[in-house]
Ligand binder design. Structure first.
Ligand SMILES: [Zn+2]
Length: 319
């Protein structure tokens, strides 16, 4: 049965201030944010934490269809091709029609996710300030402050422009490949998720990956980040904890696609495994080795990725 509504909780401070939107379970099986939001709603209602300025809206389950099935997608990935549709084609289009006006009505977005393989939390930010056409932006300093205060030890940047370069390359190959999912591989809008949409509407946003899906510590990571954000923005009373030293900032440089079902990794990579220039990362089914283009890191490896789509990303430390 298809869910028929989207549940949100809004608190209005009685003094003026910014409006924060907090999302959980944009991917249905990523529930650390859902649980953290559930705890905090009780704390607000019991007066343990006071909302004083601006507003905060919580969406504990942003993709209720995916959540109902305990999986990442409902009909499709909600965190792609995010835009209102006059004629919705699937469940996620209908959610987007409710969610996009909500994003428009807020200034800042904290989107809480978790990931499949183990590893430390990380936070994804958008581009540096720029006036380009892909993702023009003027709030990089504010967004960086938010990222720093989430408590994640690692910051990752450069998602949309790296994704868009992959799209361009795929578009060049698409006729030859006769892809059955042309929209997906040829349209840069497909790289637009919650955070990219928020930036396109004049706000700023981070995606916090709180840890492995089933790691109970992820709920604490999400809860800490929400409280830090409320403090940083002055929505709740109390100053945020200071930023820890020694944060690592990684820039996504390149996406490599899977070209054939027989392409294999040489080992079971986890996100942020370090590689040296020339290290073999995988082997094409033809026997050709895929090597690291420099000293850096393998990010978002997807051994079960579809042919013609993302196999892994390569990242380097920001200079
Ligand atoms: Zn996710």
């Amino acid at each position: 049965m298809y869910p028929t509504h989207l549940r949100t909780h809004t608190y209005h401070g009685l003094a003026p201030g910014p409006a924060l939107l907090v999302l959980g379970a944009v991917h249905g099986n990523e529930v650390c944010g859902t649980h953290a939001i559930g705890q905090l709603l009780q704390d607000f209602d019991n007066g343990v934490i006071n909302i004083e300025r601006g507003a905060v809206t919580f969406v504990p389950i942003t993709n209720p269809l995916a959540h109902q099935h305990k999986r990442r997608f409902g009909d499709r990935n909600l965190n792609r091709n995010m835009a209102p549709s006059a004629i919705p084609q699937d469940f996620e289009d209908r959610i987007a029609n409710a969610l996009c006006p909500l994003l428009d009505a807020h200034d800042v977005l904290l989107d809480l996710h978790s990931f499949h393989t183990g590893g430390a939390p990380f936070v994804m930010i958008g581009p540096q300030n720029n006036t380009g056409t892909l993702e023009p932006f003027a709030l990089a300093d504010e967004e960086m402050q938010l990222a720093l205060h989430t408590g994640a030890p690692r910051i990752v940047e450069g998602w949309l422009d790296t994704y868009a370069r992959g799209v361009q390359r795929r578009a060049a190959n698409v006729e030859a490949a006769n892809s059955r999912s042309q929209t997906l591989v040829t349209n840069p809008n497909y790289g637009v998720g919650t955070t990219e949409y928020m930036r396109s509407r004049g706000g700023y946003a981070v995606t916090l990956e709180c840890g492995q899906h089933d790691d109970p510590a992820g709920v604490g990571v999400a809860r800490h980040a929400i409280l830090q954000t409320l403090g940083l923005l002055g929505i709740a009373s109390g100053k945020p904890a200071p930023v820890a030293g020694q944060l690592e900032i990684l820039r996504l440089i390149e996406v490599t696609d899977k070209a054939h079902a027989g392409d294999t990794f040489v080992r079971e990579w986890r996100s942020f495994d370090a590689v040296k220039s020339g290290d073999v990362i995988g082997t094409r089914h033809t026997g050709v080795e895929v090597r690291a283009q420099g000293d850096g890191f393998v990010v978002f490896p997807n051994p079960r990725g579809e042919v013609g789509q993302e196999w892994f990303y390569f990242a380097q430390k920001r200079m």
